[in-house]
Design a protein around this ligand. Sequence first.
Ligand code: KIV
Ligand code: NA
Length: 276
Amino acid sequence: RKKVTIQRLFTLRAQSTPITVLTAYDYPTAQRTERHNVDICLVGDSLAQVCLGYPSTTRLTLSEMVHHCKAVARGASSPLLVADMPFGTYPSPEDAVRNAVWLVQEGRMEAVKLEGGVEIVPVVRALTSLGIPTMAHVGLLPQRHTAFSGYRVQGRDANAAYAVLADARALQAAGAFSIVLEAVPHALAGYITAKLDIPTIGIGAGPACSGQVLVCDDALGTWSGHKAKFVRRFAQVGAHADQGVAEYVKAVRDRSFPSIPQETYEIPEDEWNKFL
Ligand code: KIV
Ligand code: NA
């Protein structure tokens, strides 16, 4: 399968072919993105909640992120590999570059994603000018949930909508190769997509974006946490897995597992008699 490049993403956008993005935090999920020709495999910092059990993404450290990036890179090579820069790892251009280089060299990622608007333009400029492809992320910014008193839809009044557009424009000018629009009204996402020259990737941003992203565990129903309005469950893996665990526990307790001879090994009878 052909490697997905940034140029390829621009071609997909030009052809109005939706770009597919899915998160992965481990080797088997990464392999699945590879098998199904997902365009971008995102090691999102959502791994904090759905994989590591933290209450929010702000707890995730860079070394934890790198550990998961390495596993994903072992499982997927054709999708473009993008990692979220964890909360607090891009306070200045210098820190951002040092930490992004760690994600590239140690984590084997090809691009990084950062949350924020005009205030992170110097950071995005520093990264992109040094050849570290950078994806922007505007609208709902989970890393700032404490400052914003929760997770809410952004850009719902004219001033807020204008601010999201201004952020997107500034980030494109700073060199971002793509931008995630999270939880913004679909009309605004469509407007921004039409105004920009770089692909937009929507999550809770409607169908007019250049592509879509979902958290893998949301899409597959592997966890029982909060389900946002924009999530569609494409599988019920969690329910299936729970049933499997329940049946295993029951089978061990009632001694129906393991069975002889299907799930056991034999010793030849003469050898057994010698042993005895
Ligand atoms: O952390 C994440 O998974 C993300 C995507 C949902 C955009 O940022
Ligand atoms: Na994220």
